[in-house]
Design a protein around this ligand. Structure first.
Ligand code: ADP
Ligand code: MG
Length: 691
């Protein structure tokens, strides 16, 4: 079957799929409408041939001439070589893999065109694996597009299929003229044609740099589609109902008494986000809020107050955290704050005995506990709630969309029409541009202030060569009554190796520093032992805690004021920031030592510099995003999220702003345009609407 039939779409669907079709489909290309949005990565200028004498190594070029000789060499390995000559000079051509027929095409005397990158070879200038064509065909008059492709799908096949799709697909403009005028956009059809087949004399650089007006239009369209689908998701949520859980105004209520029992006053930022959440909970449709706050900013107490309001209004609350240590710590805190006020709190985790788990689940189901805290165990099938009104997810980015949905489903009634309110918390601040595009369906509350009395952490970068000095320093500090974490290196390839390193470090320290009380915590430790070690550290019965990254999230031991991270160069920026956030929680001056091993890669160097230069989580996130790009930054966990293909949130922030405004305007004024636009851009991505 030809590419034409493939691009023809529907008709091809009835016949068995060919290899080419399968490859197209892997690229997401099925209908003509898909092909036309498959845009070039770059362009090649095949409109000119240059004299061989003018060739410079390192640059791609196209030349034309006569084959002087060609032969197959067997040393140093089998290869086909040919010499091409024009009036100005000679050029070697070389193929390491070739078909026998190729040699015939290179017969002496043939006039051929060769295109490729020029290298300075042993025998003068050469091209390795140049693309050849007959010199008798006319030169193209426009730039040649180069498309993203996959193994075994040659550019000419893609080009042909796309050219055919351009004849068949609906290229009508989804935007009314008023919108194009308002945002200075060129019409869709000329834009899409200009990108696939640039006219003669189009500014090549603007096309390559993706700043050409045609690119601007496509990027705008893509960002607009994203904004429109997010707005649609938000509207879909609005037609769902939730139980209103308004704050009681009467004195002496649960929330009131919780405030009185707290050992501190809320910061201004905490008060503000509490108000925002409180107002959401009172509404008859579900809250969908992201609570962002840097590590140590005090999100837990905000969650506790939200829980208290929901419980006071008669509902149950579930709080889910990604690790046992973190969930347990929440449990401990919430019990301490809420149990004395008469709230029953249950603990549900995978490490509980089957019996204990059954009991916790039964208590959730019959409504005898108002608050259930736990790990992923909360979303297992047999767990049911009597009246779940609020689900809280801590470190929400560690869960997949599916897991977060599974928790809210526990509270669905009336066939999914009534759903619980949802509060997601995260210490990984999401830069504004990202929040605006990917999380536009979430309302965002930010705690942008740390509780008073914290002293900033001093960060030191120290070469691994001075490890002994660092150990001596830590020992001295421990003897003076400070508590310290020693974080063992991350070993991405092997958890077993990582564990081994931690055990070795622990044994070594115990042997070298017999006067210190040293503990070890890692992911493979049974939960009860993990909890016991953490408790001992919290109680001050351990001076130095050797740990793997299990302590990364949430651990809160205010007296710990010293942290050493070994092989800090192996950690990601967000992870380093999280780890460092474990110290500096009390009033003592805290120090974080990043031990690194040379030589450092460029990216590791930048990460360590960022850690040294700033402790602001938002700034760290911004640099992290810059280094990794949004796809990586958000993580594969955030599946179900449509990533951008053409627009770049950093460089196209202004277009994103326009698109956001346009989305609101179009939804109000041009609903038919909205439908057409989403149909073009969001085909096959309907799942996106469910996040
Ligand atoms: P995170 O936002 O990282 O989850 P936590 O909720 O664990 O932070 O809070 C960090 C520490 O700060 C805890 O020990 C908590 O009790 C304390 N804390 C929270 N709010 C305040 C406040 N307003 N004043 C003083 N300490 C606070
Ligand atoms: Mg926390």
């Amino acid at each position: 079957m030809t590419a034409a039939a493939v691009a023809g779409g529907q008709s091809a669907a009835r016949k068995p799929m060919t290899d080419t079709e399968r490859k197209f489909r892997n690229l997401g290309l099925v209908l003509p409408e898909d092909f036309i949005l498959h845009l070039p990565l770059r362009y090649e200028d095949e409109t000119r041939v240059v004299p061989i004498a003018s060739l410079r190594p390192g640059a791609p070029a196209q030349v034309e001439g006569r084959i002087v000789r060609s032969e197959v060499l067997y040393r140093p390995r089998r290869q086909l070589t040919a010499t091409l000559a024009d009036e100005t000079g000679e050029l070697q051509l070389r193929w390491l893999n070739f078909y026998p027929s190729q040699q015939k095409q290179l017969a002496a005397g043939k006039r051929l065109r060769a295109r490729g990158e020029v290298r300075g070879g042993l025998f003068g200038r050469e091209m390795v694996h140049p693309r050849m064509s007959s010199a008798d065909t006319p030169l193209p008059t426009a730039l040649t597009p180069v498309y993203p492709s996959t193994e075994g799908l040659p550019q000419p096949v893609l080009r042909r299929a796309i050219a055919q799709a351009l004849d068949r697909a609906d290229l009508s403009d989804t935007l009314p003229e008023a919108a194009r005028e308002r945002y200075g956009l060129m019409p869709f059809e000329p834009a899409i044609r200009a990108l696939h087949t640039p006219a003669q004399g189009e500014p090549e650089q603007a096309l390559l740099d993706r700043v050409h007006p045609a690119w601007r239009r496509i990027k705008f369209d893509e960002l607009l589609a994203q904004q429109l689908s997010l707005a649609a998701a938000r509207a879909a949520r609005r037609v769902k109902e939730a139980e209103p859980l308004p704050a009681r105004t009467a004195r002496g209520g649960l929330v009131d008494r919780l405030y009185e029992a707290l050992p501190f006053r809320l910061t201004g930022a905490q008060e503000r986000v509490v108000r925002e959440i409180s107002a959401d909970l009172a509404k008859p449709y579900p809250m969908h809020r992201l609570l962002q706050g840097d590590v140590g900013s005090g999100k837990t107490v905000v969650a506790a107050i939200a829980a208290a309001q929901a419980i006071e209004a008669g509902a149950q609350v579930a709080l889910m955290a990604p690790t046992e240590i973190l969930a347990e710590q929440h449990f401990r805190k919430l019990v301490a704050w809420l149990q004395p006020l008469g709230v029953n709190v249950a603990w549900l985790s995978g490490s509980l005995s089957a019996k204990a788990r059954r009991e916790a689940a039964a208590a959730a189901a019959d409504g005898s506990v108002q608050l259930v805290v736990g790990t992923q165990a909360l979303i297992q099938d047999h767990v049911e709630f009597h009246r779940l009104g609020l689900s809280i997810v801590d470190e929400q980015h560690r869960f997949g969309v599916g897991q977060r949905l599974a928790l809210t489903r526990k509270g669905e009634t009336v066939r999914g029409r009534i759903v619980p309110h949802q509060l997601n918390m995260s210490a990984t601040p999401i830069p504004r541009t990202l929040a605006m595009t990917f999380f536009a369906d979430l309302d965002v509350s930010v705690i942008d202030e740390l509780p008073p009395g914290r002293t900033p952490v001093v960060t030191k970068l120290v070469s691994d060569a001075r490890r002994d000095e660092v150990i001596a320093h830590v020992a001295q500090a421990a003897r003076a009554g400070r508590q310290a974490y020693w974080v063992c290196p991350l070993v991405e390839e092997s958890e077993a190796l990582e564990l081994q390193t931690a055990v070795d470090t622990y044994e070594g320290m115990r042997a070298d520093l017999p006067d210190l009380r040293i503990g070890l915590v890692h992911g493979r430790l049974p939960q009860s032992e993990k909890a016991a070690v953490m408790q001992a550290f919290r109680d001050g019965a351990i001076d130095l805690l050797v740990a793997t990254t299990v302590i990364e999230v949430g651990v809160d031991v205010p007296n710990a004021s010293l942290m050493v991270i070994e092989h800090a160069e192996r950690f990601g920026l967000a992870q380093l920031h999280q780890l460092r956030g474990r110290v500096g929680r009390g009033t003592a001056e805290s120090v974080c030592v990043l031990l690194y091993q040379t030589p450092l890669s460029q990216i590791a160097r930048e990460r360590l510099r960022a850690m040294f230069e700033t402790s602001d989580g938002f700034e760290i996130a911004r640099r992290d995003l810059e280094q990794r790009g949004p796809g990586e930054f958000l993580g594969t966990r955030q599946s179900g999220m449509a990533l951008l293909r053409f627009a770049d949130l950093e460089t196209d922030a202004a277009i994103a702003e326009d698109a956001r405004e346009a989305a609101g305007w179009l939804r109000a004024e041009h609903p038919e345009a909205v439908a057409a636009h989403l149909a073009r851009w969001m085909r096959g991505r309907e799942d996106f609407l469910r996040t």
